[in-house]
Design a protein around this ligand. Structure first.
Ligand code: IMP
Ligand code: MG
Length: 177
């Protein structure tokens, strides 16, 4: 399936590493001495989360949430449902939502509002990649690894119909069909 006709490298692993390290540095500075809960948005953010936490010096716990808005479609359907919720009590804690990519912002907006209503000290969003031109809802994204063009991307956690998440680099689909 990883055919050169369809996939072109967009970010190599070194560029990704640099972006992850940069985000970790900012978080280490901003959250020093605070109680942090990281909320990894399954499934796409698993690889980003695994890499980011290994650069973190701030104490933190990791939670997972799984939301559904895309199914197997390549564009957002706009409806968000919770498939798996976090387990930790986030009251009084500093929450960082970890996403690998933001497109319309609908998924994040929903999660952001929901977590905010549980009484945390703060909630901020960390995303490795941000398709800013695709945003349809206003959602505050404090930490962005890379702003990117409007391309359908795969690799480094990003899937094409549940495949290709394992690719160490990020590719874009030249001729999506
Ligand atoms: P949003 O609600 O439209 O912002 O959708 C965000 C979610 O859609 C991300 O967390 C990804 O799981 C998925 N997604 C958005 N763009 C891409 C892409 O280019 N490739 C793979 N998945 C994507
Ligand atoms: Mg995701």
């Amino acid at each position: 399936m990883l055919d050169d006709k369809n996939f072109t490298k967009y970010l190599n692993r070194h560029e990704i590493d640099a972006a992850v390290q940069n985000l970790a540095n900012r978080i280490n500075t901003d959250y020093e001495g605070k109680e942090v809960v990281l909320v990894c948005v399954l499934k796409g953010a698993i690889i980003f989360t695994a890499d980011l936490v290994r650069h973190l010096k701030v104490e933190h716990e990791v939670e997972f949430v799984r939301l559904s808005s895309y199914g197997k479609a390549r564009t957002s359907s706009g409806t968000v449902t919770i498939l798996k919720d976090i387990q930790a009590d986030i009251r009084g804690k500093h929450v960082l939502i970890l996403e690998e990519i933001i497109d319309s912002g609908r998924t994040l907006k929903f999660l952001f509002e929901r977590l905010k209503s549980s009484g945390p000290a703060s909630v901020e969003i960390v995303t490795l990649l941000d398709k800013t031109s695709k945003r349809v809802v206003d959602v505050p994204v404090k930490y962005v690894g890379r702003a990117i063009d409007d391309q359908f991307l795969v690799g480094y956690g990003l899937d094409l119909e549940e495949r290709c998440r394992n690719l160490p680099d990020v590719y874009y689909l030249k001729y999506p069909n």
